[in-house]
Design a protein around this ligand. Structure first.
Ligand SMILES: C[S@@+](CC[C@H](N)C(=O)[O-])C[C@H]1O[C@@H](n2cnc3c(N)ncnc32)[C@H](O)[C@@H]1O
Length: 273
């Protein structure tokens, strides 16, 4: 994805991401973290810092975040926007630093041992091999983890169109294609992660965090539909004409379009007291 587009897309999706996340996981997360000192948090694939802006104000402890990504421009934006300009309290309580690194080398990119490993909108991009390394690291180090907003394959449209299910199937297949870190888990990521952690005896809390997009969010729906159109065309080049028609009809419906995109938030606590 071109850098400018990536930054614009992350900015557009942030309000929908924050509205979708499951607040009920927070109390179990807070209970699993040290209360009497500053906690260190590593955010994998931190992008422009949306996860920090969601979680930072909701945790009572002082926090030192390490934002890890291979995109330096996004990380600079994340550090610059780590707290609201009018909130000096947040600036004192939530510190952020950027670390440019390729996550492929995990766990070597964890240069300081964290108290919490977290990521948002990342798990569906990773391979099972990479995920197994994360599971192993968390379980061996008794390291709690919060993985937010992983797509789980549920898509719903209103009004519906004849082409919806063909495009949805192609998009899901595309999400399972090769990415930076190998063949991606795509919509299987939350279930596979939950299973791998449970096999290691971890407590796993899984909650839906769906996008429920309304016509008021047409500015987000438009690039979403265009991105799905491109993915479906790549996946099914022989059906290009039908997929183009689907995109044109979907965009024409934007003023009355509702789209649900299924996601899961996963909180993992590997070691019980
Ligand atoms: C969908 S974005 C999510 C960004 C952010 N966590 C959020 O919720 O807005 C995925 C992020 O993972 C980063 N990423 C993907 N593959 C990576 C890799 N191999 N090494 C480091 N970062 C990677 C991308 O640069 C991007 O910022």
């Amino acid at each position: 994805m071109p850098e400018q587009f990536a930054a614009r897309w992350l900015t557009l999706r942030e309000p929908a991401d924050h509205a979708a996340r499951d607040d009920t996981l927070l109390s179990a997360l807070i209970d699993a973290l040290p209360r009497d000192r500053t906690i260190r948090i590593s955010d994998l694939g931190a992008g422009a810092g949306s996860n920090l802006r969601y979680l930072g104000p909701r945790l009572p402890q002082a926090q030192e975040w390490t934002l890890i990504d291979h995109d330096r421009e996004l990380l600079d934006q994340a550090v610059a926007m780590a707290h609201p300009a009018d909130d000096d309290g947040a600036a004192a309580r939530v510190q952020a630093r950027a670390q440019t690194a390729d996550l492929g080398g995990f766990p070597d990119c964890l240069d300081t041992p964290p108290d919490l490993l977290t990521a948002s909108a990342l798990l569906d991009l990773v391979s099972e091999d990479w995920l197994r390394r994360v599971v192993d690291t968390c379980c061996r180090r008794c390291l709690p983890a919060l993985f937010a907003l992983s797509v789980d394959g549920r898509l719903a449209f209103s009004p519906t169109l004849e082409g919806d299910w063909q495009v949805a199937a192609a998009v899901l297949a595309h999400q399972r294609g090769a990415k930076d870190m190998g063949p991606a888990l795509g919509p299987d990521a939350p279930a596979v992660a939950a299973q791998l952690f449970r096999e290691r005896g971890a407590d796993v809390h899984c909650r839906p965090s769906d996008w429920q997009l309304t016509p008021e969010q047409a500015a987000l729906q438009r690039p979403l539909i265009e991105g799905w159109h491109e993915a479906a065309r790549t996946q099914q080049p022989d059906a290009a004409a039908a997929i183009d028609r689907w995109r044109d009809e979907r965009l024409r419906l934007l003023e009355r379009s509702f789209i649900t995109v299924g996601h899961q938030d996963l909180l993992v606590i590997p070691c019980r007291d």
